[in-house]
Write a protein that binds this ligand. Structure first.
Ligand code: ZN
Ligand code: ZN
Length: 389
């Protein structure tokens, strides 16, 4: 086991305390005022001078200056979700209806630990380090664009981030080179027909039947309009129609999500959604109003940056296993950083059954094995230590 892992394990109780304090006091995207104040306080206690309220939101950064020249950036997100916690943990959320159900509390704690460890290893660093505490990840338009506008990538040579994952076993660090996490678009279609008596369909234009055809036809996009070596997901998840068994409604609302991994594929899918909805509706004498909400872009892992992250992971030892993952359907606003500077994002496993019951992210009983946090913190620190070597 290398010293960095040992350092991180020595910080185990600090990591737990930070994570639990944050876990008990979760804040929704865009409202991370107390979380940001907590992070700023801890950074100051370590001797940093944090830059706060970046881009008009609750984001903050701290720089560890060791050399002139480009910096290495390490990023954590800080926000929670509108979920009512049901874990029964002693440090469960004190804010009813708000919960850290994605592990961003652990990310913040791990980045604080990395900040503390690297300060003590300042003489081993070849690059200055910027610690980026980002708000507002869980909700579009995300917190990353504001951070970027606020200058956090200025003079940055590369940025690295980790996501703790409740369904990957502890000890595994995992990622994919190139496209890793999906581009997201929300799907919203209103089919306007003509309502009427259910016994006299000839006088109505039934949007329910038209919507059924649209839903089925949307499922041909991936199989018929996308090449077999490309991939996409089109899911219709909400169908809102009607009020009674003898009334044909005048409209139906369809909602869902689209996930893609390539910008050309994305544009093709969006175009086909518009054509199918409008075409089927028109053929049936109805009208479809299609709104395709923008979501996060595809997260691309830069090859050189990811291989530095992999090198960092492998040099940590400690029984750590590197795993290559397939494409992930989830979205992540870390993707924006990669549009400006070389970026890498990896998953850190935190599953450890039966000690910690395993639930997926965004679940009311989501939890992680806190013993995975030192590994995540060590990985962040080691990435910075590898820079410039
Ligand atoms: Zn999440
Ligand atoms: Zn997350």
């Amino acid at each position: 086991m290398t010293n960095v892992v040992r350092d991180a394990e020595n910080l185990g109780s600090a990591l737990r305390n930070w994570r639990r304090a944050l876990h008990a006091n979760p804040e929704l995207s865009g409202q991370e005022e107390q979380t940001a104040a907590f992070v700023a306080r801890e950074l100051r206690a370590m001797g940093y001078e944090p830059r706060e309220r970046i881009g008009g939101e609750w984001g903050l950064t701290a720089d560890l200056h060791v050399a002139s020249g480009p910096l290495v950036a390490l990023r954590a997100d800080m926000d929670a979700l509108p979920i009512h916690e049901e874990t029964g943990l002693e440090f469960a959320s004190k804010n009813p209806g708000v919960m850290h159900a994605c592990g961003h509390d652990a990310h913040t704690a791990m980045l604080l630990a990395a900040a503390r460890m690297l300060r003590e290893r300042k003489n081993e660093l070849r690059r200055s380090v910027r610690f980026v505490f980002q708000p507002h990840e869980e909700k579009y338009p995300g917190g990353a664009p504001g951070m970027i506008r606020g200058g956090v990538l200025e003079n940055v040579e590369s940025i690295f981030g980790v996501h703790i994952i409740s369904v990957i076993p502890k000890g595994i660090v995992a990622a994919r080179e190139g496209p890793f996490m999906a581009a997201v678009n929300q799907l919203h279609i209103v089919v306007h027909g003509k309502g009427g008596h259910a016994a006299m369909p000839e006088d109505a234009i039934d949007p329910v039947v038209i919507s059924a055809q649209i839903i089925t036809a949307l499922q041909t996009i991936v199989s018929r309009s996308i090449a077999p070596h490309d991939t996409a997901v089109v899911s219709v998840t909400c169908v809102e129609a009607g009020t009674a068994d003898n009334v044909i409604p005048s409209r139906v609302v369809l909602r869902g999500t689209i996930r893609t991994f390539d910008e050309n594929v994305r544009q093709r899918v969006l175009q086909r959604v518009r054509e199918i909805a409008a075409g089927i509706a028109a053929a049936c004498g109805a009208r479809a109003e299609v709104t395709l909400g923008e979501g996060y872009p595809v997260l691309l892992n830069d090859a050189a940056t990811l291989s530095r992250a992999k090198r960092a992971a492998e040099s940590l030892g400690g029984g750590l296993i590197w795993q290559n993952l397939p494409l992930q359907g989830g979205g992540e606003d870390f993707a924006y950083y990669g549009k400006h500077v070389p970026a890498a994002f990896v998953f850190v496993g935190a599953k450890n059954e039966p000690r910690v019951p395993c639930f997926p992210h965004h679940h009311a009983r989501f939890d992680i094995d806190e013993d995975a946090m030192p590994l995540g913190a060590a990985l962040l620190a080691q990435y910075a230590l590898e820079a410039g070597r």
